[in-house]
Structure formats: structure tokens, C-alpha cells
Design a protein around this ligand. Structure first.
Ligand SMILES: [Fe+2]
Length: 304
């Protein structure tokens, strides 16, 4: 990609400014007849910002071509198991900004963070205390907590989706054998409590063998994410929460998370237990170490 702006040596005179302004105004006006007012607002704002960007960097035609080729490549690599557009949104911070805009802090409700590209529908159901690993390798980790509303009432029957990578840093969908591992859903009990066995999260690089990875390379950015365990919690009349928990002490939190997802309130202690330490449910882990953590979830009311 060229790094030379178009016509940088030439000042942009008033006549040229006026021509460029006219084009923006014409394109914005072309959406005036949009029946849906929200669609009209979005398209007109998009037009203004896109043109402002092109004018700001004085985009060259070669750079425009590169951008088209890049977006085409992002589309070509995307399928039902790989979502390069979500990845692109994530590394540009657009996902976190959308979350910030849409999730006004509400009376102690749990913070949201990025959804990421690895959620899949129809993960298996496990009973309370069940194991989400499904054969995924890693240090067993007991995860427990409660789901309440912002008044502290327990939420019975809340659906909790959890998903994470294995100890090699790969989600099941990144393997080619159709395995389902490191993901499941479960429901809170009558007192709003939940518990399950997962794996102690490890740092992993977002998929960087595609166009988004090439972009990160070009700008010298690391693809590595801070260690985390994904949650999506849904319950009637309450706002759906999409979030992760992060591992206190993970050096990657200081180094930086490649998708800007870390929030202080979501960093949890994962305490590691020596082999032979009795487990909460009596599970025999032989000579393996294991960890435990607690994540109490507070859901905001729906529609706020
Ligand atoms: Fe993830």
C-alpha cells in the first residue's frame, strides 16, 4: 500500500473545496426520500463521515483499490465458521464502541464486552456442575456464581452460554473435524446460582492468517487477546448480557488486548489448587492442578 497522499504538495483551493462540498451535499440529498427516518439518518451520516475521511487523508486511487481488495478478501474468507467482518470490527474497536453506545451503565449491572467471532448456536446443554470441555484440553477450572437483577433478586432459569478456547489457544470451530468442545449452555437454579467446570483461560491470537491478520502485521500490532472466558446470559424481562471474564495477573492485560475488550470490573481471580486438593463437587482430578473462580452476574432491566 502506498503511503503517499494524493496531491499533498498542492493546497486545496476554495474552488476545489466547493466541488468536494457539493458532491457530499448531493450524495447526502440523494437519501432525502428514504421513507424510514432511521435509515435516512444512518445513510446520510455514513456519507458525511466517509467523505470526510477520504478528504482528510486525501485518499489515492491506489489506496481506494487496496481498500476494495481488502474488503473483498474479508468477504471471501468469511463463512459460517469464520467471521472475518466481526474480527475486523473488533480490531478497529468498532465492536467495543457499539457496546459502549448501547450499554449505558445501570445501577451496578455487569459490564458488557465484545461478542467475538466464535459463538455458535446450539451448543450442548449441561446440567449444573457439568463440564463444558467436551474433550478440549486445559487446566480444569470450577466456575460458580449467581445471576441477579439490579435489585438483588435472584434470577432463576437464566440461560448462560459459555465458550472458550483450549490450552493451545484454539476454539473448536477453528479445527476442521466438526468437534464441539469448550462450549455449552446451562440454566441457573431456583436461587439464581450456577456452577460448571470449564478450562482456565489462556491468551490466544485472533485468527491472523487472513486479511485482518495482514492488516495487523502492516501496522505492527499484535493479534493476541488477554485470557478470557465468554458468557452470554439471557433471562426474561432483563437485558441480555454479552461479556467475558479475564484472569487477574495475566500479563496480556497490561500488554494490551487486541480487540480492546478488557474492563477492570471483569478481571477475576482464578486461584490455582494443588493436585489432590478436594474439588467442590468431589470430582477426582488425580494428579492434576485445577483452578476456581467466581463470577456474580447482575442483569439490567430490559429496555434501559
Ligand atoms: Fe474469545
Amino acid at each position: 500500500m502506498t503511503t503517499h497522499a494524493a496531491d499533498t504538495a498542492e493546497p486545496i483551493g476554495p474552488q476545489r473545496q466547493a466541488l468536494e462540498d457539493d458532491l457530499v451535499a448531493t450524495v447526502v440529498a440523494s437519501f432525502d426520500g428514504t421513507a424510514d427516518p432511521r435509515l435516512r439518518q444512518v445513510m446520510q451520516s455514513l456519507t458525511r463521515h466517509l467523505h470526510a475521511f477520504i478528504r482528510d487523508v486525501r485518499l489515492t486511487e491506489e489506496e481506494w483499490n487496496t481498500a476494495i481488495e481488502f474488503l473483498t478478501a474479508v468477504g471471501h474468507i468469511t463463512d459460517d465458521r469464520r467471521q472475518e467482518f466481526v474480527l475486523l470490527s473488533d480490531v478497529l474497536g468498532a465492536s467495543m464502541q457499539t457496546i459502549a453506545v448501547n450499554n449505558r451503565a445501570h445501577k451496578g449491572a455487569t459490564d458488557a464486552t465484545v461478542f467475538g467471532p466464535f459463538f455458535v448456536d446450539d451448543a450442548p446443554e449441561i446440567p449444573l456442575g457439568g463440564d463444558i470441555a467436551g474433550g478440549a484440553s486445559g487446566q480444569p477450572c470450577w466456575v460458580e456464581g449467581t445471576v441477579t437483577d439490579t435489585d438483588g433478586n435472584p434470577v432463576a432459569g437464566a440461560r448462560i452460554e459459555v465458550w472458550e478456547c483450549d490450552e493451545d489457544g484454539f476454539y473448536d470451530v477453528q479445527y476442521t473435524d466438526d468437534r464441539i468442545a469448550g462450549r455449552a449452555h446451562l440454566f441457573t437454579d431456583d436461587t439464581g446460582r450456577y456452577r460448571f467446570w470449564g478450562l482456565t483461560p489462556v491468551p490466544y491470537p485472533i485468527p491472523h492468517d487472513g486479511p485482518v491478520g495482514k492488516m495487523l502485521d502492516a501496522v505492527g500490532r499484535s493479534p493476541v487477546r488477554a485470557s478470557h472466558l465468554h458468557f452470554m446470559v439471557t433471562a426474561e424481562n432483563l437485558r441480555t448480557l454479552v461479556t467475558h471474564i479475564f484472569v487477574d495477573g495475566d500479563p496480556q492485560i497490561e500488554i494490551g488486548d487486541s480487540v480492546f475488550g478488557v474492563k477492570e470490573s471483569l478481571i477475576k481471580e482464578f486461584s490455582v489448587r494443588a493436585p489432590g486438593t478436594p474439588t467442590p463437587d468431589g470430582r477426582d482430578l488425580g494428579d492434576r492442578t485445577w483452578a476456581r473462580t467466581r463470577f456474580d452476574i447482575v442483569l439490567a432491566p430490559a429496555g434501559v
